[in-house]
Write a protein that binds this ligand. Structure first.
Ligand SMILES: *Cc1c(COP(=O)(O)O)cnc(C)c1O
Length: 370
């Protein structure tokens, strides 16, 4: 069986270093808010090219706390509208509704899966205060156009960079395009902890300052609470794991890119639509291939066909947020491009430990599908 993603194999490569880091934390007697966290925050900010990185408990909290912090700073208030792609993972939506703001869903571009700049412009009203750009599947959203729109209409930009650690265009990385960005280090992400973890990056000192309090009961100083905050801290063990794994992120991404190139060059089946680079067709850097997602009208048959050949594939995602029970009030909305994407997408195995022999086998199998 060719697994979609083998986390055991991925982490096994760094086993000795991970154990060493774990031991260091155990022996330190300091488990929350210590050196490992500050080291990781420093390293991750350098990696993204931002002034600040603030560790939090997970990617959803990173998104929620960005919006919450802007409410505390008076930049957002309940009822304000935030534009978000309709085909995103539900976390991006939950962050908006958890803060009692209004998600305004817009269609993605059908070929890149990322939010369409012209649909953003068409959705802007007096109440629009922010754009939540999701770098879906690991490819930067069209940030050049999105920045132009945000400047014209004076909107904040939040990046949901949970799938895009290290994606870059013109030397600017995911996490350094917007006013603030949310990252997830869920184990299956390109930079994955060995448990839950997340971070926010920003260049805004005021925002960073509010966020370091919000994640810790609204407190900078023990027992002095300036906000009614939450407990959303990135613990020392996970920070230590991430300090080890961050060093290998770029080489893992290179392997993903090599696999993506093989797929793009060798899958030749008229029933399959391959993913495309949307912003700058020449720059492979803009995509870190968290997922390699193809479109096929006979998606379910193709998935079964590949399964019979011992190839595991997944669907990201089978149901769009506006069709979920969680959002009954949105169920009647219609987003044809989004709905077609959800009916046709299939994610092929792509991972730092997938061998080129296996990739070749996957390509051959897909080319045999009729
Ligand atoms: C994984 C993910 C999140 C949420 O991250 P968690 O760490 O699981 O909370 C948010 N947005 C997107 C696009 C994701 O893929």
């Amino acid at each position: 069986m060719i697994n979609f993603l083998n986390l055991k194999q991925i982490n096994k490569q760094y086993r000795e270093e991970l154990i060493e880091a774990c031991t260091r934390v155990i022996d330190s007697g300091w488990y929350i808010g210590g050196n490992e966290l500050s080291e990781f925050e420093k390293n991750f900010a350098i990696y993204c090219g931002t002034k600040y990185a603030i560790g939090v408990a997970n990617g959803l909290d990173a998104l929620i706390l960005i919006i919450r912090a802007w409410k505390e700073l008076g930049k957002l208030k309940e009822g304000d509208e935030i534009i978000v792609p309709a085909n995103t993972y539900i976390a991006s939506m939950l962050a908006i509704t958890a803060n009692n703001l209004k998600p305004i869903l817009v269609e993605p571009e059908s070929n890149s899966f990322n939010i369409s700049p012209s649909s953003i412009e068409a959705a802007i009203t007096d109440k629009t205060k922010a754009i939540l750009a999701v770098h879906l599947y690991g490819q930067l959203a069209d940030m050049l156009s999105i920045k132009t729109i945000s400047e014209k209409h004076n909107l904040l930009i939040i990046e949901d960079a949970a799938q895009a650690h290290g994606a870059a265009l013109n030397g600017i990385k995911a996490g350094n395009w917007g006013d603030a960005a949310a990252f997830s280090f869920y184990p299956g992400k390109n930079l994955g902890a060995l448990g839950d973890a997340g971070a926010i990056t920003t260049n805004d000192q005021k925002l960073a300052n509010v966020l370091t309090a919000l994640r810790n009961y609204g407190s900078h100083e023990k027992y002095i609470n300036i906000y009614a905050g939450v407990n959303s801290r990135l613990d020392e063990i996970q920070a230590a794991m991430l300090n080890v794994k961050l060093k290998y992120l770029d080489s893992e991404v290179s392997h993903r890119r090599a696999i993506a190139e093989m797929y793009l060059e060798n899958i030749k089946n008229p029933l399959i639509k391959l993913p495309i680079l949307n912003i700058n067709a020449m720059s492979f850097d803009q995509h870190v291939w968290h997922l390699f997602v193809i479109l096929c009208e006979k998606r379910d048959e193709l998935q079964k066909f590949l399964e019979n050949k011992g190839i595991q594939t997944l669907i990201h995602y089978p149901i769009p947020p506006h069709k979920q029970l969680a959002y009954k009030e949105l169920n009647q909305l219609s987003f044809p491009i989004t709905e077609r994407i959800h009916d046709q997408v299939l994610s092929l195995p792509i991972s730092p430990t997938l061998t080129f022999t296996d990739v070749q086998k996957i390509i051959e199998s897909i080319n045999e599908f009729i």
